[in-house]
Design a protein around this ligand. Structure first.
Ligand code: ZN
Length: 135
């Protein structure tokens, strides 16, 4: 397990390549993105909204709520980001993940990788914005 601490950066547009240990926050996109804190290198895109994740910026560090459960990644890592620090959460059983997916009461799921994944983060963001605009 790596990256116990993250550095946050506020940006308008996401870079093509995310740096490990960095939490990118884009206000124009109302989206945050980082590389999975387990070190597997997968991009984790967390939309910010009342029903997705809420970002807290205390002037020095950021926290994301609720926890980040990367159920759709091979690593299935699960952690909290609080005041730029990664707190590892217990892995969930497949049953609990399935329950959460059904009820959506606790932890939302990061934008899952589509079966035909777009190649770049920008494509994924475009897809995300497109989905939102249809709501
Ligand atoms: Zn991972």
């Amino acid at each position: 397990m790596t990256a116990p601490r993250l550095t946050h950066v506020f940006i308008d547009n996401f870079p093509d390549q995310l740096e490990p240990g960095t939490l990118y926050i884009s206000i124009p996109y109302t989206t945050a993105a980082h590389l999975c804190c387990c070190g597997c290198g997968h991009e984790v895109v967390t939309p910010l909204s009342p029903t997705d994740w809420q970002l807290t910026f205390d002037g020095q560090s950021v926290s994301l709520h609720p926890s980040i459960g990367n159920w759709s990644l091979a690593c299935q890592s699960h952690y909290w980001i609080r005041t730029n620090t990664v707190h590892w959460a217990p892995r969930w059983s497949p049953e609990r993940i399935a329950t959460n997916r059904t009820h959506r009461t606790t932890t939302p799921e990061p934008t899952p990788a589509p079966s035909n994944p777009p190649t770049t983060l920008k494509d994924r963001l475009a897809q995300l914005l497109h989905r939102r605009s249809r709501k």
